[in-house]
Design a protein around this ligand. Sequence first.
Ligand code: NAI
Length: 289
Amino acid sequence: MNIAIIGSGTMGSGIAQVAATAGCAVKLFDLNQDALAKSKKALETTLSKLVEKEKIDADEKSRIQNSISYVNSLNDLSDSDLVIEAIVENLEVKRKVFSELETLVSENTILASNTSSLSIASIAASCKKPERVIGIHFFNPAPLMQLVEVIPAVQTSEEVLQKSVQIISDWKKVVAVAKDTPGFIVNRVARPFYSESLRIYEEGVADFATIDWALKTIGGFRMGPFELMDMIGHDVNYIVTATVFTAFYFDPKFKPSFTQKRLLEAGFLGRKSGRGFYDYCQELPVPKE
Ligand code: NAI
C-alpha cells in the first residue's frame, strides 16, 4: 500500500515510521527541506536505539528506512492510496493543501487529516469529492501511542470510514471512531488537564515542577501537564486550546492561558525549540568518577 504523509514534523515523522514498520511504501513531503533532513536523521536515531535494545534487528532497521522516501513536491504523491496530512494546525492552510492535493491523486485515494481540533467537515468542504476526506488522529509519539481516533465528517462515505479503520487496525493501532466535534474525544477531555494546571500555576498555588511531580507521584500520570505541553509543543497545544475555545462558543472552561501564549510568542515552544517551561539546552552535570 502506498502512503503519503504531508508535513515531516513531530507527527508526520512518527506516522511515517508507523506506516513503514507495517510494511507500507511511504512518501514523506514537507515544504521545508530542513524539516525533511531532520526527520530522516531522527528516524536513524530512533531505529538505532531500537536495534540497541534488540527490539528490531539491523535488517528491519534498513527495511523501514528504505520504505520511506523524502520528496519535495506534492506531485510526487500522485500514486498514493492514502494521504495523511500533518502540517500546521491552520484551517485555511489545510484547506489549500487538500484542494490542491485532490487534483493530483486518483479518485479513490483517501485524504486524511491528523488535525487535533479543526473541523473535518470544513477541510472536506475544500474538496470536490469530500466523501473521501476523513480525520485520522494519531497521538504523540505516534510509534508508541496505541490509540488513533478516526473521525468521519458528515460528508465522509461509509466505505472510506471502513477502509480507514481497517488500515489503521492493520497498523496494529487501536481505533476509536469519534464524531466530528472540537477536540474529538481525547483532546477535549485533555483541555482541562492543561488549563487547570496552568491556572493553578498562574495563581501561585505551586510551581510547575511541583504540579508535574504531584500529578505523576500522587495522581499516577505518566507525564505531568507541563512536561506534556513541552513535549507536544506550545504552538500546537495553544492553538488546539484556542480552537476548541472558539468552537465551543467561548465557553470559559476552555479559555487559553496568557502564560502559554507568552511562551509561544517568545518562541519557547518546548522540547523542539530547546526551551518551554523547562530548559532542554542546559548541560547535564557530569557525574563524578
Ligand atoms: P510540527 O510543527 O512539528 O510539523 C509541521 C510540519 O509541517 C513542519 O515540518 C512544516 O514545515 C510542515 N508544513 C507546514 N505547512 C506545510 C505545507 N503547506 N505543506 C507541507 N508541509 C508543511 O507539527 P506537528 O506537531 O507534527 O503537528 C502537525 C499536525 O498534527 C497538526 O495539525 C497538529 O494539530 C496535529 N497533532 C499534533 C500532535 C502533537 O502532539 N504535536 C498530536 C496529534 C496531532
